[in-house]
Write a protein that binds this ligand. Sequence first.
Ligand code: PAF
Length: 280
Amino acid sequence: MRIVYEPCQMQKIASKYRAWGKTIGFIPTMGYLHEGHISLIKQAKKDNDVVFVSIFVNPTQFAPNEDLDKYPRDIKRDEEMLTKEGVDFLFYPTVENMYSDNFQTYVTVDNLTKVLEGASRPTHFRGVTTVVNKLFNITKPNKAYFGKKDAQQLIVIKRMVEDLNIDVEIIGMPIVREKDGLAMSSRNKYLNEKERKDAICLYKSLQKAKELIDNGIKDTQAVKKEMENVINAYSIPKIDYININSLTTLKELEEIKKGDTLISLAVFVGKTRLIDNLWI
Ligand code: PAF
C-alpha cells in the first residue's frame, strides 16, 4: 500500500487511474479503524479496480467543546489493517495540507442538516460536506462507501452529490455490530467496563422498536416512549434524542411508514455520546 500525504499528489495519481480507464473505490475515514470500515473496504475491493482510503480527523466537523483532541488515533495499527485488506492507496494529509490559512469556502446542505445530529451539533455537517467534497475532488472516485450507522451523514451526502451533480455513486453499507449488538464505532474506545455494558441500551431500544413495529404498532410516540423506557432501565445513560423521521426528507413522522422510516437516537453513556439507528 502506498501512503500519499499531499492532496495534489493524490489528485495526480487518481487522474492517472481514471485516464487508464480504471475504476476507483473510495472510503473516507477518520482512522482508528474497526470492522465497520473493513466491511466498506471489502465491498469497494469487489466493486472497483483500485481502492483508496483516506484517514483525516477533520477539525471543521468538531465544535470547540467536542472531542477533536482526544479523538482516538493509531496510524500504525490502521496501516497494518489497510495493508492486510489490500488497499492500494492511503491518503493521509495533514490539517495544514487540507486547510490553508486563507481557507474560506464551505459547502452546506440546508434543511436536512437542521434536525437530529444537526440540531445537537449545528456546525457538524458543514464540516462533513466540505471535507467530503474536497476528498472527492482529490481522489476522484467512481464509487464512495459510507456506513449506515451515520444515517444522516449518508442522507446528507447523497443530497449534496445529487444537488451539485458530483460524478460519484454513493454506496450505503449496513451497520456492523459487536456480538452483543453495540454498533461499531471508534468512540466505543472511550467507554469503561461499566459503560460498555450500559452502551447496549441503544441496540436494545431499537430492538424493542422493531418488535413493536413487527406487531403492527404505527404510532411513533408510542414507539419512542417504549424505547425511552428501555434506556431508562440502565443507570448511566442520558438520552440526547430519540427520533422517528422520514428517510427522504428527515421530517418527523407521526406514523411509521415502511420503506421510509429512520428511527435514530443519541445517548450519552457516561461522557461518551453514542448514536445508533434502524432503517424500516
Ligand atoms: O464518518 C466519518 O468518519 C467522517 O464524518 C468522514 C465522512 C470521514 C468525514 O470526515
